[in-house]
Write a protein that binds this ligand. Structure first.
Ligand code: AMP
Length: 418
């Protein structure tokens, strides 16, 4: 009861969690059991309602296969998009063939995720069979974290498995609330366990020296992460658009570069705190300046603190990339979040590609590297580094909240034994 109350008011998200008794699918034998698995099958569909990127389905495959190989059956539940009520284009029936192809089993479909329609299909499931339930978000109770709705879901399985990291930061019915109906019969799927282990390796048990590389556009969106990781890392590399707030705050001339003037004092405070804590901060020394925010703009390398008016820094310069390379190559644990330049434009992607190469090389030399949160994941995939780093996170918002030091409600719900 107390747990439910804390979850509802969001208090748990501010408590640091530790990997102590992490129960995963490997702690269970699913023989003759129905596993109710929360997966993240929120995949992109084209206008013909075909799956255009099946990464998330592939990522859940090992968990589903483990259940089937044990001699159990799998009841899969997910959301797809943000439907307003029942909207045909958000039906999970469109992905049944793709899931069947990937899992290697003809997947059944239940036209509702609760009630008789769902219960009947689940009751008829045999060992080795899989059913996909209709979109959870056809019911507003899902995102509201409704306890009655969660209880209805809980009737559809003997063991609850959460394998949806992408929604683990939401206290929704299927990601969090449902867990309280399974006592100790609940665990993390293989994917979620890997995400937790990777974050733990960086923030808690990482081998030193530990380096965080933070890029992206704004100081304001990364400030909580910076504050949290200053206690954990030896080196902090700052790049991308955030750079210029730091440079201007120290008296540099940044021309028309992106800058949050109201965050200058905060930038100086970060530099002071880092010094106090013995964290070495590495900022760019040179940049690729452009005379327009445009791929075809005129460009030249210039000192980061002497950017003329009419010019703006859109990528890291060659000296900077050499410095960053040396820091990364000396690191044993690396976290990367955020691009080092406007990588969406080909002429300003070099910094992001080069740091990707540096991280890949360090990983090959034995370092552990985690890439997480939004645009750096997109960059890693776009430039082909996905299999050259130790782990690429599958959850944007969930990863960012983890890096901010928050404990995710979906994770606490599994660890809490009722
Ligand atoms: P974020 O979502 O905060 O991680 O920011 C990612 C965005 O930062 C990407 O869209 C980049 O294009 C942008 N970005 C990176 N470097 C710069 C820069 N020097 N000037 C403007 N935008 C940048």
């Amino acid at each position: 009861m107390l747990f439910r109350f804390f979850t509802e008011i969001g208090l748990f998200s501010f408590i640091e969690y530790q990997i102590t008794t992490m129960k995963t699918i490997n702690d269970f034998n699913f023989e003759n059991k129905k596993a109710l698995i929360r997966v993240d099958f929120n995949v992109p569909l084209n206008e013909n309602l075909e799956v255009t990127d099946d990464t998330r389905i592939q990522a859940a495959k090992p968990t589903i296969i483990k259940v089937l190989e044990d001699g159990g059956s799998a009841v899969l539940m997910s959301h797809l998009g943000r439907p307003k009520g029942v909207q045909e284009e958000f039906s999970l029936k469109h992905i049944v063939d793709k899931v069947s192809e990937i899992i290697g089993v003809q997947v059944k479909f239940a036209p509702n995720c609760v009630g008789r329609e769902a219960e009947d299909v689940v009751a008829g499931l045999n060992q080795g069979e899989v059913v996909l339930l209709e979109n959870l978000r056809y019911h507003t109770e899902e995102t509201a974290g409704d306890v009655g709705f969660a209880e209805q879901l809980s009737k559809l399985g003997d063991i609850y498995v959460n394998d949806a990291f992408g929604t683990a930061h939401r206290a929704h019915a299927s990601t969090t609330v449902v867990a309280q109906f399974f006592s100790d019969k609940k665990c993390f799927g293989g994917l979620l366990a890997k995400e937790i282990e990777s974050i733990d390796k960086v923030l808690r048990s990482g081998e030193k020296p530990i380096t965080a590389i933070l890029g992206g556009s704004k100081v304001s969106s990364k400030i909580t992460i910076i504050e949290n990781i200053l206690d954990k890392v030896d080196h902090l590399i700052i790049g991308g658009g955030m750079t210029y707030t730091f440079i201007k705050a120290q008296g540099g001339k940044i021309g028309n570069s992106i800058c949050e003037d109201d965050k200058q004092e905060l930038a100086l405070e970060i530099l002071r705190k880092a010094k106090e804590k013995g964290v070495q901060i590495h900022l760019p020394v040179d940049v690729i300046g452009a005379d327009d925010f445009n791929n075809n703009a005129n460009t030249k390398a210039m000192s980061v603190d002497a950017i003329p008016d009419g010019w703006e820094g859109l990528d890291a310069g060659p000296e900077t990339l050499k410095n960053f390379h040396n820091v990364v190559l000396d690191s044993k644990t690396i976290l990367w979040n955020g691009p080092l330049g406007v990588f969406e434009m080909e002429n300003f992607a070099n910094g992001t590609i080069t740091i990707g190469h540096s991280i890949a090389e360090a990983t090959q030399n034995g370092a552990f590297s985690l890439v997480g949160g939004g645009d750096s994941v997109a960059a890693v995939k776009q430039f082909g580094f996905g299999d050259k780093v130790s782990y690429v996170s599958t959850g944007g918002g969930a990863m960012l909240e983890s890096l901010e030091g928050k404990t995710l409600p979906g994770i606490i719900a599994i660890e809490q034994i009722n």
